[in-house]
Design a protein around this ligand. Structure first.
Ligand SMILES: NC(=O)c1ccc[n+]([C@@H]2O[C@H](COP(=O)([O-])OP(=O)(O)OC[C@H]3O[C@@H](n4cnc5c(N)ncnc54)[C@H](O)[C@@H]3O)[C@@H](O)[C@H]2O)c1
Length: 351
């Protein structure tokens, strides 16, 4: 078997400071005989020198197109639009299997080049549980922003920060708040509960059992709600426009970590546009007021912590990279997606 060559790419999105492999884990990969080439990246939260010190080869940003064909390119977010033909195996979040905008064009690029997408969203264990995810930090930040806004101390536009700084703000901004976390038993739900705890808030926690017969009155009686539900089947909405117009509603701040806008699984079909770092909060109703936070790249706001956590989960999988197990399932899912979209082809020739 040939030695594994991983190639950590620069992220083309300028606000993306996270990385799927942090220097400490890069050192572990190198110690285990894996070649790791790291592209220079001015915005990455970890300086390139730390990768160099870990024994990685360093190369120019965006040079992955020139990597040997058997190198596996590792990243997080979208690839640039060029080249038109993708010849490598790419590990990242492709967002290409649910008919998302640009999905079909991306799959065509893989087929044209004979490469393959090993989508991190589909890197799962034998029971289908995700092996590496950013959910915890999404929930943590989603809840933290909601509390800071609710207490009138949220600084905007948002910018990447460190956990210590956020914790300090949560602890020092006072005020009783009745809060609800829905999806509380999941990764994001756990993060949300921890952030609320830092802020001195003991939230009501709902998961599947508590929403089976949804008590809307109880929901609307909370001042702040964090939604972290991940459902794979449509369920009745938790909130409708009618609920927002309820004059007795106490709910004032809603942070939707799930941001399933436009999806048939959306449990909060009360808005149709996400918010962002520039304008994180949108007023949905004036009387009584209701403010929405619905940001789809929350973990990027805590790049160091989110990267370290994610990389720690990904490391054992990279050390065990192969054609069976989780990576085999990822590849099978790619081929299934090609069949589903009627594209066909794309067998990665692992020579
Ligand atoms: N906004 C962002 O930046 C960002 C980042 C990462 C993840 N996310 C999203 O956050 C969501 C949660 O991710 P996760 O990793 O925490 O998922 P998870 O699977 O760990 O947790 C989801 C939880 O929702 C619960 N749930 C499912 N259906 C429910 C229902 N009808 N009522 C109540 N609870 C229900 C599940 O039991 C589970 O506990 C996902 O949609 C994910 O895409 C958002």
């Amino acid at each position: 078997m040939t030695q594994l060559h991983l190639w950590l790419r620069h992220e083309s999105r300028s606000t993306e400071r996270r990385t799927p492999i942090v220097p400490a884990d890069a050192a572990r990969l190198v110690e285990n005989g894996i070649t790791l080439t790291v592209e220079e990246s001015p915005q990455r939260i970890f300086p390139t020198e730390e990768y160099e010190a870990a024994g990685c080869r360093v190369t120019a940003a965006g040079s992955w197109g020139t990597a040997p064909r058997d190198a596996v390119i590792v990243g997080l977010k979208e690839l640039p639009d060029e080249p038109a033909e993708l010849t490598h195996r790419h590990i990242y979040f492709g967002h290409a299997y649910k008919g998302q905008p640009g999905a079909e064009a991306l799959l065509h690029r893989f087929v044209a080049g004979g490469g393959a997408l090993l989508d991190l969203e589909y890197l799962v264990d034998d029971e289908g549980r995700r092996l590496a995810a950013f959910g915890y930090w999404a929930g943590y930040i989603g809840a933290a922003l909601a509390v800071l806004h609710h207490r009138g101390v949220l600084d905007t536009p948002l910018r990447p920060t460190a956990k210590q700084e956020l914790e300090e703000q949560l602890r020092t901004s006072g005020g009783e708040v009745s809060a609800l976390v829905v999806g509380a038993l999941g990764r994001s739900g756990r993060g949300a509960r921890v952030a609320l705890g830092e802020a001195g808030i003991a939230p009501t926690c709902w998961d599947l059992a508590e929403t089976r017969a949804l008590d809307r009155r109880a929901l609307l009686d909370h001042e702040l709600m964090v939604n972290t539900v991940l459902t794979t089947r449509p369920v009745p909405p938790f909130l409708t426009d009618k609920d927002l117009d309820d004059p007795d509603r106490r709910l004032r701040t809603l942070s939707d970590v799930t941001v399933d806008v436009g999806s048939p699984m959306n449990v909060l079909p009360i808005y149709d546009t996400t918010t962002d770092w520039e304008h994180p909060v949108r007023r949905l109703r004036e009387r009584p007021p209701l403010d929405l936070i619905a940001i789809d790249n929350l973990p990027s706001l805590l790049p160091r912590e989110a990267s370290t956590d994610f990389s720690g989960s990904l490391l054992p999988q990279l050390l065990d990279f192969g054609v069976t197990g989780p990576w085999g399932r990822c590849l099978a899912r790619f081929h299934e997606a090609l069949r589903e979209s009627g594209i066909g082809g794309g067998e990665f020739d692992d020579d």
